[in-house]
Ligand binder design. Structure first.
Ligand code: SIN
Length: 277
């Protein structure tokens, strides 16, 4: 059996019909899913019925699973993040542009999100295509960025003074020390497609190597504004029981926080990646 692919957005996004993720994928279907991820950057599977074990087994087809150093997991399943926003919480998890865990030396390959409870309206997620953002830069800017290395840290988000430390309901996510720090090329080559892309994000990229934060800020801010222009973005309206899988190497994403009186619960399995070059 093969899957049917419905393109959702011009920047990114496709819905895959005909795959049952609760069962082991045949090599053929696995190959089609993998190719769809490379072609569309974020792919969705409607109407899936997964136990945490089946969710993890699907993720393991793509690599080893990550255990997040700072975020609480589902009881008994350290590899499954339990992403909950209660009505009384002010902040949501992932409510700003970011690529997952770029503070690691080997940032993750991708994340697989399973929609469990959704607000009646709102709670969409947006993805930005970082290949397209790079391609659209001028030749002069590409030459400038090609030689740069950026510093990524976890501290501003997960550290004791970080975003999640002071907000009701998220205290459990903050760590006394979120000292993770990594250096990555600003322009990365995707290890599977061979395409170049912009690899900075406002959550974890704090500066360029050899420059101060103040010196780096204007260019980092420009790159975020540029990369998240509407022409590079796909916005997804979730349905319950849907699975979304994004290629974290070539996208940034943003979970919208626009459902103040409602609850939203997502489970996330995250696949380990490799060292950017
Ligand atoms: C995340 O950044 O992993 C969360 C995305 C979402 O909840 O939509």
């Amino acid at each position: 059996m093969s899957i049917e692919i419905e393109t959702l957005g011009s920047a990114a996004g496709a819905r895959l019909h005909g795959a049952d993720l609760s069962r082991p994928l045949t090599d053929n279907v696995f190959g089609e899913v993998r190719q769809a991820l490379l072609d569309h950057l974020v792919i969705f599977f409607p109407d899936q019925h997964l136990t945490p074990e089946q969710h993890k087994a699907f993720g393991r087809r793509f690599g080893t699973l990550n255990v997040h150093p700072h975020v609480k997991a589902l009881d008994g399943h350290p590899e499954v993040l339990n992403i909950v926003k209660e009505p009384e919480m002010r902040l949501n998890f992932g409510g700003g542009w970011h690529s997952d865990m770029t503070f690691l030396e080997k940032p993750v390959l991708g994340s697989i999100l399973y929609a469990r409870v959704l607000p009646r309206a709102g709670g969409d997620t947006m993805w930005a295509n970082m290949y397209a953002a790079y391609d659209a830069l001028s030749g002069g800017m590409k030459r400038l960025l090609d030689g740069l290395v950026a510093i990524h840290t976890a501290d501003g988000i997960y550290g004791s003074g970080g975003v999640y430390s002071t907000n009701k309901g998220m205290e459990t996510m903050a760590h006394e020390q979120a000292a993770d720090r990594a250096e990555h090329p600003v322009v990365r080559t995707h290890p599977e497609t061979g395409r170049k892309l912009l690899f900075v994000n406002p959550a974890f990229t704090v500066k360029f190597k050899g420059m101060s934060r103040e010196e780096s800020r204007p260019l980092l801010e420009f790159l975020t504004r540029h990369a998240t222009e509407a022409r590079f973005v796909y916005r997804h309206r979730w349905s319950v029981d849907e699975v979304g899988f994004w290629d974290n190497r070539c996208t940034q994403h943003y979970a919208l926080n626009d459902y103040p009186t409602e609850r939203r619960v997502m489970h996330r399995v995250t696949v380990d990646g490799d060292r950017p070059y």
